[in-house]
Design a binder for this molecule. Structure first.
Ligand SMILES: NC(=O)c1ccc[n+]([C@@H]2O[C@H](COP(=O)([O-])OP(=O)(O)OC[C@H]3O[C@@H](n4cnc5c(N)ncnc54)[C@H](OP(=O)(O)O)[C@@H]3O)[C@@H](O)[C@H]2O)c1
Length: 260
């Protein structure tokens, strides 16, 4: 079996690569910069928009779509026709958006698909690193509760899905608990050894900032979602434990691994 891993230099992809190699699977990676490719794998240099060369002869693909819109998805996925596709999606896919569009496009090219719908990746909080070093992290909706998931749990799920039969399964991939953003910041402070607190940022200011990073439409949707999490926390799913055989890793452990 040969598996193509996209996003192999990223947070989840690098662990998917090592997990597949540990499982004795041949791995090919698609990377934009060959110098950043992991060791022990076949390397194809290119962009995700054109998977023709990368997909040639592979049986399965770990797919992520690193864009805030789905333009070009049909053309990009064409070379994956009939192959096993394990796609890193999002819980919000059920409401459409980019993740919903990509899921539909995957379903149009293969029956052997598995969707890993994450609530949020714990790696999102790495964006707070500079502020955490000052002891204060500013953001909107500090009381929003998120069940952020460790990237290793996503990768463990992906390896199981690729090496086993998980066709047409949609898994909800979450951490083991839903913590407020303020609680996450405190745990990051505990990990760094510098007491760190949350400071509430006015929503209008956050909207301007996020709009510059991810586009106004995406930022507006994201802010509306975080607002809803103050009263309706993200769910906690047991799918990681069911599929991998181990419980999801707590955010506290994730923070210690990445911030200490
Ligand atoms: N953040 C969340 O909470 C969340 C929630 C749901 C779903 N997701 C999904 O998770 C994905 C991110 O996964 P991750 O954290 O494992 O990755 P990541 O650490 O964000 O890294 C992105 C990866 O994609 C590669 N990449 C970016 N643009 C590319 C292009 N045009 N062609 C080929 N490769 C490209 C990057 O390669 P380089 O080394 O070349 O930059 C890198 O390997 C997102 O795209 C999103 O769809 C995220």
């Amino acid at each position: 079996m040969t598996v193509l891993v996209t996003g192999a230099t990223g947070h989840t992809g690098r662990h998917v690569v090592s997990g597949l190699l540990d499982a004795g699977v041949d791995v090919r990676v698609l990377v934009r910069d060959a110098a950043k490719a992991p060791a022990g794998v076949e390397v194809v240099q290119g962009d995700i928009a054109d998977l023709t060369e990368a997909a040639e002869g592979v049986d399965a693909v770990y797919l992520l779509w690193p864009s805030f819109d789905s333009e070009g998805i049909e053309k990009a996925l064409k070379p994956l026709e009939g192959k096993k596709v394990v796609y890193l999606s999002a819980m919000s896919a059920e409401h459409g958006g980019v993740w919903g569009d990509v899921e539909k496009a995957v379903q149009r090219i293969t029956d052997d698909w598995t969707f890993l719908r994450v609530t949020g990746l714990a790696t999102n909080t790495l964006g707070w690193a500079d502020q955490a070093a000052t002891g204060v992290v500013r953001g909107p909706y500090g009381q929003a509760r998120r069940s952020l998931v460790h990237e290793r749990d996503v990768a463990d799920m992906a390896v199981k899905a690729i090496t086993g039969d998980h066709a047409k399964q949609i898994y909800l991939v979450t951490g083991p608990e839903a913590l407020t953003e303020a609680e996450q910041v405190k745990l990051i402070g505990d990990a760094t050894g510098k007491s760190t607190v949350w400071e509430e940022q006015p929503v209008a200011e956050a909207k301007t900032q996020l709009g510059q990073q991810m586009g106004v439409e995406f930022a507006t949707t994201a802010l509306g979602y975080w607002a809803s999490l103050v009263t309706e926390p993200e769910p906690v799913s047991l799918d990681v434990a069911r599929v991998t055989g181990h419980p999801a890793r707590p955010f506290e452990d994730w923070a210690r691994e990445h911030f200490s």
